[in-house]
Unconditional design. Structure first.
Length: 751
């Protein structure tokens, strides 16, 4: 849809908070609900990414027009801080991560930088602190080092870069961090205090020694109120629980893990003892297969509703907020890091890497690595689009396929286990090896040329000599690929095939035609391979573990998955029995959704929609019209059927009514939806009507504008009009009909 303004083409491309995003000559701006332009495209912003409390991330061309630079803007488009960054993204608690090249910092909402010194890594902000880290390249004297520390949003470095690892935990303290220095573990509190669970010395670099200790009693110290203070003498030479050195260290730090005000109270040390006992038991389970098997069985029971076959198409990004199966142990969320991915991969990879266990992922640097990635071709996901893809103006069909491919890359069939940790991960992000075909070619070359191959690949093979020993030949390489189900990437002679064009979205000189061809070719090759690998891995999992002991829910139980944007509402007395209600408000729609069980006799026909269409035609009121009737199967093989009817409100506006039935083994669920226009009504109809009239697509309201979608001779009621066709949904992202169709799509794909 095009709207003419000043002889330039302006189109709506989405939303940014309560504003509509508009685009003119590849530059974007915002428009309010009255149609007033708030941020003019003439300001030159190439993208504006949603508003959060009056701030949005935007980018524009640099002064030399060579690169995109990023910054923050307010709702009027005024910059907040400098536009000089190579990338910015939200980073928790109202702060942003900014990048210049490989260096990172944290931005406040006013655009000021938190840290005076930039680092190679900065973690998400939690509880107003964040982990900082650098990479120190290897030399003759030491290997590559990755030291970590802790910083505050005030700009203070609470702990310098002294830890070999530093990760968030939630257990005893809520929350705290878990750090290691040369395999020795420390607990780090949010004020920068460090606790040594073993009662030993803190690192000298953090806690300096002192020769004097002026003890004036427990008041105003960590000892105030503790039951063990009766053992402290006037010189502070220990208490009833600690010796002199331990006691003084606790007073210096302001934290004592033995503090308790009552004999029956549990001290931090008591909790630590319990925690360490639990950790010991869990570690033993992780080193065997016990932990992984139990976790997989729980996952099949609780998430897959007892059907292991669903694992083949399960999108692991759905576990982002799952604290059990989606736990990434302090790392940023990624399907490869989730506990359930590690459990599955450790079980199905034993014939490839005999010494592998769940514990190997943490101890030996084993990783579940994605085989085919989307980032080099599509770019990072941004809303319902991708950073690289949108620069080439994809068709609606290509965008839908890209979104489906993104979900496919997060299924089990797109992951493999290869020891090597960060070394191989670095190799895969090299532009000449981001595609699996070129990576396998480099891997085989390294095997055949131990003096000329990639140093990272050779380093991994040489470091892990024992487990790579069977694969250090061309025959061994073929065997490895077959065990990893990578046969599709090899030719008849066992050599890696050249399968992809090898381009990337920000490649200079790449035309739209070349780019689209490369994307479609990539999808055509990868989609069937990933699907086949998923099925093979699921079959392997069935062979490795016994499913007999899984307590499977009744086969006719239905659990409906709804989008996380929908808020669960309180039940009302007049609701159907066992009903669950949800609500959501968007800029142009009030959305209400309710699910409840129904009997088999109440079901609509599940395989033939014509009786439903006929029934609706016979029962429509004068202020109603039929929009859609569809039937089929969901991703997880549940039969569904639904209808959409529109209802003309008085004095104005439209409510769209969804009735959807899902059936499984004789039990059924009814999904009722009421999606009503809010604010200014009729915008979609008015704008599409005007465009269609100018293009001579319609003659009048009665000719070419409205028609029943299933019977051109049906004329009663308020007929479906041209603007309500699916092709216009993308122009009106928050319209109630668009919201309803998006919900239906989600239900079908996730149930």
């Amino acid at each position: 849809m095009d709207i003419s303004q000043n002889k330039r083409t302006m189109r709506t491309i989405g939303t940014a908070g309560e504003y509509t995003l508009i685009e003119i000559d590849r530059c974007v701006g915002t428009m309010d609900k009255e149609g007033k332009i708030i941020i003019s495209p003439d300001l030159g912003y190439r993208s504006i990414q949603g508003f959060n409390k009056g701030r949005a991330i935007a980018n524009r061309l640099s002064e030399d027009n060579q690169n995109l630079v990023w910054g923050l803007i307010d709702e009027k488009g005024e910059p907040r801080g400098d536009f000089k960054y190579t990338f910015i993204e939200p980073w928790g608690e109202g702060f942003y991560k900014c990048e210049i090249g490989n260096k990172k910092n944290i931005l406040r909402r006013d655009g000021t930088e938190v840290l005076k010194v930039w680092f190679d890594t900065v973690s998400h902000v939690k509880e107003r602190v964040f982990v900082i880290g650098n990479t120190i390249r290897k030399t003759k004297d030491h290997p590559t080092l990755y030291p970590y520390g802790l910083a505050s949003v005030t700009g203070d470095i609470l702990i310098p870069l002294i830890f070999d690892s530093l990760q968030w935990k939630k257990d005893i303290f809520n929350p705290f961090l878990y750090g290691k220095i040369k395999e020795k573990a420390y607990l780090v509190l949010l004020n920068g205090s460090i606790i040594d669970p073993e009662g030993g010395h803190l690192p000298d670099i953090y806690f300096g020694q002192t020769d004097s200790f002026n003890w004036k009693g427990p008041k105003h110290t960590v000892c105030d109120g503790c039951i063990f203070t009766d053992g402290i003498n006037e010189r502070g030479e220990g208490c009833r629980k600690l010796n002199k050195e331990q006691f003084r260290q606790a007073v210096y730090e302001g934290v004592c893990k033995h503090y308790k005000q009552d004999e029956f109270e549990q001290s931090v040390q008591d909790k630590l003892d319990e925690y360490q006992e639990k950790q010991t038991r869990e570690k033993e389970a992780k080193q065997s297969d016990e932990f992984a098997i139990n976790l997989v069985k729980d996952f099949i029971r609780d998430v897959l509703n007892g059907n292991v076959s669903k694992l083949a198409s399960f999108d692991f990004t759905r576990l982002r907020s799952d604290t059990k199966f989606g736990d990434c142990e302090g790392y940023a969320f990624s399907p490869a890091k989730t506990s359930i991915m590690k459990a599955i991969m450790s079980l199905v990879s034993k014939d490839v890497w005999p010494e592998i266990s769940y514990d190997s992922f943490d101890v030996y640097g084993v990783e579940a690595a994605p085989i085919n990635t989307y980032a080099m071709l599509l770019g990072v996901p941004i809303g319902n689009n991708f950073k690289g893809l949108r620069e080439f103006r994809p068709s609606a069909e290509l965008l839908d396929r890209a979104c489906a491919f993104y979900r496919l890359t997060n299924t089990i069939g797109n992951y493999m286990v290869v020891p090597g940790g960060t070394a191989l991960a670095r190799e895969r992000v090299r532009r000449d090896q981001r595609y699996i075909d070129s990576f396998l070619q480099a891997f085989l070359f390294a095997i055949n040329n131990p003096k000329k191959g990639s140093l990272d690949i050779l380093g991994v093979i040489n470091h892990q000599k024992k487990i790579f020993a069977p694969y250090r030949s061309e025959e061994g390489f073929i065997s490895l690929c077959r065990k990893l189900y990578l046969d599709d990437y090899l030719d008849e002679n066992g050599k890696p095939k050249s399968m992809f064009y090898g381009v990337w979205s920000d490649q200079k000189g790449l035309t739209r035609e070349q780019y689209v061809e490369a994307v479609e070719q990539y999808f055509n090759v990868c989609e069937p391979i990933i699907t086949r690998r998923s099925e093979k891995i699921v079959q392997k999992l069935k062979e490795v573990i016994s499913l007999d002991s899984i307590i499977i829910p009744e086969e006719d139980t239905i659990v409906l998955q709804v989008p996380e944007q929908y808020t669960k509402l309180k039940s009302l007395p007049e609701d159907p029995e066992n009903a669950v209600s949800y609500g959501k408000d968007s800029k142009d729609a009030v959305c209400f959704l309710q699910t409840y069980p129904i009997t088999y006799a109440e079901l609509m026909p599940m395989t033939d929609v014509q009786p439903i269409i006929d029934g609706i035609h016979n029962s429509l009121a004068d202020n109603q019209g039929l929009i859609e009737v569809e039937c089929g199967k969901t991703t997880y093989e549940k039969h569904f059927v639904y209808s959409i009817i529109k209802n003309l409100n008085k004095p104005s506006g439209i409510t769209y009514i969804l009735t959807m039935h899902i059936i499984r083994k004789g039990k059924a669920l009814c999904v009722k939806g009421l999606f009503e226009e809010r604010g200014e009504t009729g915008k979609r109809e008015t704008m599409i009507y005007e465009v269609a009239r100018k293009k001579d697509l319609i003659k009048s309201i009665s000719e070419g504008w409205s028609c029943d979608p299933y019977d051109k001779n049906f004329t009663r009621g308020v007929l479906m009009n041209l603007s309500e066709q699916r092709e216009y949904d993308s122009y009106f992202f928050t319209h109630p009909l668009t919201e309803m169709r998006r919900l239906i799509k989600y239900i079908i794909e996730n149930n």
